[in-house]
Write a protein that binds this ligand. Structure first.
Ligand SMILES: Cc1ncc(COP(=O)(O)O)c(C=O)c1O
Length: 429
């Protein structure tokens, strides 16, 4: 029995399924025991080039020395107090408010789900309304407000599709679901629910279903419609924030939401997240005297997360992080397109900056419904074969890949060579 299998068997005794997040229970089951830069190593010592990046946090690479050293330095001096504020919190908040256009003020929490929960609750308080609009296929965390119509079965698209048993019926029914890149659908929904919609929450690029780019004018259209109908616009930049630009994708798109949620690449793998927005809204949180929207968390602003995030943002400020990851992302996309042309594979390579995915279909999808056309069987078989050959991508349908600052041209070349061999093998079958 391999070491990985032994650890998995042991884990199952103490933990349901042996994993601590639902979709970690994949085939092949992987047990990693070391991460370094662009590489991860399983319990049996096999090395992989990592493009899963733990769903996106690793913008610099695993165990990145600059970040780790700053964290070690910080926790040698300070940790958590439960009163007042810390110097690290202030330094990080200043950086975020300097870089992210919508961030006049910011609050820290520990996960993206907490951040979206707080943003939505705040939008209800500000507007005095209950309903929320989200898009089919987008993911905004595990809580009841948003956990519906995520990776819906194809026959459940747009229908009432709660993601979990045990959810509050009211929460499910107060969340309305629209089609991404369809402004008419959004306008109709706002019109039919006039003065009832507190907020519209959107991943500016829905990366939870790979990489669906917003069509020109779509994000601005959402901005205009939210203003017109008095709903707050929330950009959930938990994936796009910091990965696509230090100011978030809002900086790239030139569209400023009312509230922004951030996490993942914010701290290169250390746990911290944030909710930010206009001061006139943020002051409603009861961290300010007189505020009436509850905001709390024992671990909020812990030195580990704040020091890691400061270090990660410093790297982005001082080194060509985005230039490097964007160049390698583009090299990967164009290399893959060349392979598909050479082998005659029916595929499109979607992506932005450091993120990409290959959809096995013959047109570029613009919403979740279009992804029905993707050959899911091939998508997963392809990823499983790549894993066998030491290229780690999530072995699940419509998942994205990421490059980090630690990846090199050689990693991309190796990946492309292996990919071509894998595709040839799969196509021969
Ligand atoms: C866009 C988006 N928002 C929110 C979340 C929830 O973040 P967390 O898993 O840190 O709670 C995720 C997680 O994948 C996400 O992708």
């Amino acid at each position: 029995m391999s070491k990985s299998l032994q650890i998995h068997e042991e884990s199952k005794k103490y933990t349901p399924g042996g994993v601590h997040t639902s979709i970690r229970n994949v085939d092949p089951f992987l047990v990693f025991t070391k991460g370094e830069g662009a590489y991860v190593y399983d319990a049996d010592g096999k090395k992989y080039i990592d493009y899963q990046a733990a769903f996106g946090p690793f913008i610099l690479g695993h165990n990145y020395p600059y970040v780790n050293n700053k964290v070690i330095e910080a926790i040698g001096r300070t940790d958590l107090y439960g009163v007042g504020c810390t110097d690290l919190e202030v330094e990080l908040a200043r950086k975020i408010c300097t870089h992210v256009p919508s961030s006049e003020q910011v609050l820290f929490c520990n996960s993206g789900s907490e951040a979206t929960y707080h943003a939505i609750r705040l939008s209800r308080a500000v507007t005095g309304r209950n309903k929320l609009i989200k898009f089919q296929g987008c993911y905004h965390g595990w809580h009841d407000y948003v956990a519906r119509n995520m990776l819906s079965d194809w026959d459940m698209i747009g229908k009432r599709d709660p993601g979990s048993a045990g959810m509050m019926e009211e929460a499910i029914d107060n969340t309305l679901v629209c089609t991404f890149n369809d402004l008419e659908d959004v306008e109709r929904t706002l019109r039919e629910n006039k003065e009832q919609v507190a907020a519209l929450i959107v991943e500016p690029i829905p990366h939870n279903i790979g990489c669906i780019l917003p069509e020109p004018g779509f994000l601005q259209g959402l901005r205009d419609l939210c203003t017109q109908y008095g709903a707050l616009l929330i950009f959930d930049e938990v994936i796009t924030g910091f990965r696509h630009h230090i100011g978030g994708f809002q900086k790239v798109a030139g569209v400023t939401p009312d509230l922004t949620t951030m996490g993942k690449a914010m701290a290169n793998g250390f746990p911290i997240a944030a909710v930010a927005g206009k001061r006139e809204y943020m002051k409603r949180f009861n961290t300010e005297k007189g505020g009436d929207v509850w905001f709390a968390g024992t671990y909020n602003g812990h030195a580990v997360g704040t020091a890691a995030s400061i270090a990660t943002l410093e790297m982005m400020e001082n080194e060509p992080v985005h230039e490097h990851i964007f160049r390698l992302g583009e090299k990967m996309r164009s290399g893959l397109r060349d392979i598909h042309d050479r082998l005659g594979v029916e595929a499109v390579v979607a992506g932005f900056g450091s993120v990409w995915t290959t959809y096995f279909m013959n047109f570029m999808p613009k919403n979740y419904t279009d992804l029905k056309q993707n050959n899911a069987e091939l998508y997963v078989a392809y990823r499983r074969k790549l894993i066998e050959k030491g290229i780690f991508k999530m072995p699940m349908n419509i998942k994205r890949n990421h490059v980090s600052y630690s990846h090199t041209d050689e990693d991309i070349d190796t990946t492309l060579t292996i990919t071509e061999a894998v595709l040839k093998e799969l196509l021969q079958k």
